[in-house]
Design a protein around this ligand. Structure first.
Ligand code: ARG
Length: 286
């Protein structure tokens, strides 16, 4: 893709270039909040599953309208968090890594995702020894594979993923329980190795990790508490369009200033489980 000398990632027309994404989503027929494994979840409040399904469908239609491919895995009864497909695996160009959940409540999802990927020809799927929650904590940004730890994915899993995929993993420590997965603290805005771009909320990381991110992405967008606390960072970008929470207005303005097109989609019902747009998709990279 041709880029101008001016802004990295933009075409001759000054627009950012979108890439087509192939996504896996899991329908929320069985979504509810029946246990609490992150600070967003409150098992005492009623969840409107019909509303969650309508919002999820709107998200799916949004991706399709933007030209992306969406494949759907039906959710299974008894696995209310299965809608958060990001936690199902990491499907990278070098191979597919399955997941092992930190909490027993989600354990049953791991094999369902691994089998789906293998049936879809995206296997073999490595069954991990250490806890890793897939793309929730493992994010590909061009040449970099960023990995969160501190709440869910174990540091030992970073080394395991490195060995399985044969590519280096950059470990980042998460310190705020509200931002328990890396994808709740950092958005991959542009995955192109030529001009990778991220947005991140510094308050979610320890000091050393902040230094690492500053060094890797000196031009990265730093966001604030106002954005992070509405789970604004949990957004999906194709390099041009950024699907995000309508509550993250300041973030949308910052993205527009940077040449991105914010695409707000309301997922308030799914937020009750502690997830936003990014949690609902797994990027299939092969
Ligand atoms: N209730 C789920 C959990 O706590 C939410 C997962 C959100 N997924 C994500 N990729 N951040 O595990």
């Amino acid at each position: 893709m041709a880029t101008t000398a001016g802004r990295p990632g933009t075409t001759a027309t000054g627009r950012r270039a979108a890439r087509r994404l192939e996504l896996l989503m899991c329908s929320p027929e069985h979504f509810t909040v029946s246990y609490e494994i992150n600070p967003w979840m409150d098992a005492a409040t009623d969840v409107d599953t019909g509303r969650a399904l309508a919002q999820w469908t709107a998200l799916r239609r949004t991706f399709e309208r933007l030209g992306h491919g969406v494949r759907v895995l039906p959710g299974l009864p008894g696995l209310p968090d299965m809608v958060y497909a990001a936690n199902g695996a990491l499907v990278a160009a070098q191979g597919s890594v399955g997941v092992r959940f930190a909490h027993p409540e989600r354990a049953g999802e791991a094999e369902a995702y691994a089998r789906w990927l293998e049936d879809a020809g995206l296997g073999p799927v490595h069954r991990p020894e250490h806890v890793n929650e897939g793309e929730g904590d493992l994010l590909v940004v061009g040449e970099h594979l960023l990995a969160g730890h501190g709440f869910r994915t174990e540091l030992a899993a970073h080394r395991e993923v490195e060995a399985v995929l044969g590519r280096p993993v950059t470990s980042l420590r998460l310190v705020d329980p509200r931002f328990y997965h890396l994808d709740t603290a950092l958005t991959v805005l542009d995955d192109d190795p030529e001009h990778p771009d991220v947005a991140w909320f510094p308050g979610a990381f320890d000091e050393e990790s902040r230094g690492v991110l500053e060094t890797l992405f000196p031009r990265g967008l730093r966001t604030d508490e106002e954005t992070a606390r509405v789970l604004g960072m949990n957004a999906v970008s194709d390099g041009r369009h950024v699907v995000l929470s309508p509550r993250a207005q300041r973030y949308a303005a910052q993205l527009a200033e940077r040449g991105y097109e914010p695409v707000p989609v309301d997922l308030s019902e799914l937020l009750r489980g502690g997830g936003g747009a990014k949690c609902c998709v797994l990027v299939l990279r092969r």
